[in-house]
Write a protein that binds this ligand. Structure first.
Ligand code: SF4
Ligand code: SF4
Length: 342
């Protein structure tokens, strides 16, 4: 069976397990294990409860130490949804998508992570103190917290799927907003399993760079380390599938002394330069987004409807991005007119 087919089946299996979990809790009234969402983990920590979310995320962290962010590439249901959206919109309808978004927009998910932790347990710990002890209670919270509405789910599906895809490219949610991705990213480099050079056949064609949904500079990493070290790599293995000469594969442990040949290394330099351009505009976007988000976080968001909450991060990013880009175009136009009339 092909690797990408296996990935599809891993997501289907996860959805079936989620359906089973919800059915046993709500239909059969068997309350063995509660929510495994990241919110459940944070909420449990704030109250001194080690719940099902805590156990689940500890297992995920263990998997990161072994396989890096394979959880994102193989088991996250939202990543599966994004693959479906990208396959149907970008691949089938052949819509051109942005490719070279600046890398440091990736600072944003860490702020989302902080906001989530602040709202869930950091604030409680600051106000009420760290719980004196922790007790184990797997059935601590409902699998479906009851906060989501039909409209908030629809907003999430549209805004974080096709809309972000159109403006920011493939897997934009994973690269620029996901707090779980930010958390796992921190440990991704130390994961033992990585995509590695397995022979000296690489021609430097750059196909691995082009197929990577996380826009990892695969060839650049191969040149520098002989393996993909990027914290964005989700071990989806599309690059290993698509490499025309079979030069790379997922491996545990060291890859020995295999390095890129001179010709491939030369091409790696050219591709890297193209992909790592930065601009003052992008820094402005990040600073504005972070500033506004932190302002709302510290000024309280009680009573904000769920629909607004779910639209907040992506909606704000799109607004800030639109405003900054429009202002830049107007400035350029004004400059052009002034220079033209001199
Ligand atoms: S690893 Fe494979 S796909 Fe990537 S540049 Fe080398 S030959 Fe091309
Ligand atoms: S580098 Fe390869 S395995 Fe990692 S995310 Fe990109 S395509 Fe997937």
């Amino acid at each position: 069976m092909k690797i990408q087919t296996l990935r599809t089946w891993s997501r289907i299996l996860l959805l079936l397990l989620m359906a089973l979990h919800i059915t046993t809790w709500y239909v059969l009234n068997i309350h063995a294990a509660g929510s495994i969402g990241i919110e459940a983990l944070f909420s449990g920590l704030s109250r001194g409860v080690l719940n099902a979310g805590f156990i689940f995320w500890m297992l995920v962290f263990l998997s990161v130490l072994l396989f890096g962010r394979a959880f994102c590439g193989w088991f996250c249901w939202f990543g599966g949804y994004l693959d479906l959206v990208e396959w149907s919109i970008a691949d089938k309808l052949k819509i051109k998508l942005p490719r070279s978004m600046p890398l440091y927009l990736a600072a944003i998910p860490f702020v989302v992570l902080f906001v989530k932790m602040y709202g869930s347990f950091l604030l409680n710990w600051l106000q009420g103190g760290i719980p004196a002890g922790f007790t184990l209670n797997l059935a601590d919270s409902e699998p479906w917290g009851g906060q989501q509405t039909g409209l908030s789910i629809l907003i999430t599906a549209v805004l974080y799927g096709p809309v972000l895809l159109y403006f920011f490219g493939r897997h934009a949610w994973c690269r620029y907003l996901c707090p779980i991705g930010a958390l796992l990213k921190i440990f991704n480099r130390i994961g033992i399993g990585k995509v590695k050079l397995i022979n000296d056949a690489c021609t430097g064609c750059g196909k691995c760079n082009r197929v990577c949904v996380m826009q990892v500079n695969v060839l650049g990493d191969l040149k520098n380390y002989g393996q993909v070290n990027s914290s964005d790599c989700i071990r989806c293995l599309k690059c290993t599938d698509e490499c025309p000469v079979g030069a790379i594969a997922f491996q545990m442990g060291r890859n020995g002394e295999i390095t890129l040949g001179a010709e491939a290394a030369g091409r790696a330099d050219k591709i890297s330069l193209k992909r790592r351009r930065m601009s003052a505009l992008d820094i402005t976007i990040v600073v504005m987004w972070v500033g506004i988000t932190l302002f709302f976080t510290f000024n309280g968001r009680q009573g904000v409807p769920q629909e607004i909450k779910v639209a907040m991060s992506a909606g704000l990013l799109l607004i800030v991005y639109g405003v900054v880009r429009t202002a830049d175009s107007l400035l350029k136009f004004a400059k052009y007119r002034i220079m033209g009339t001199k």
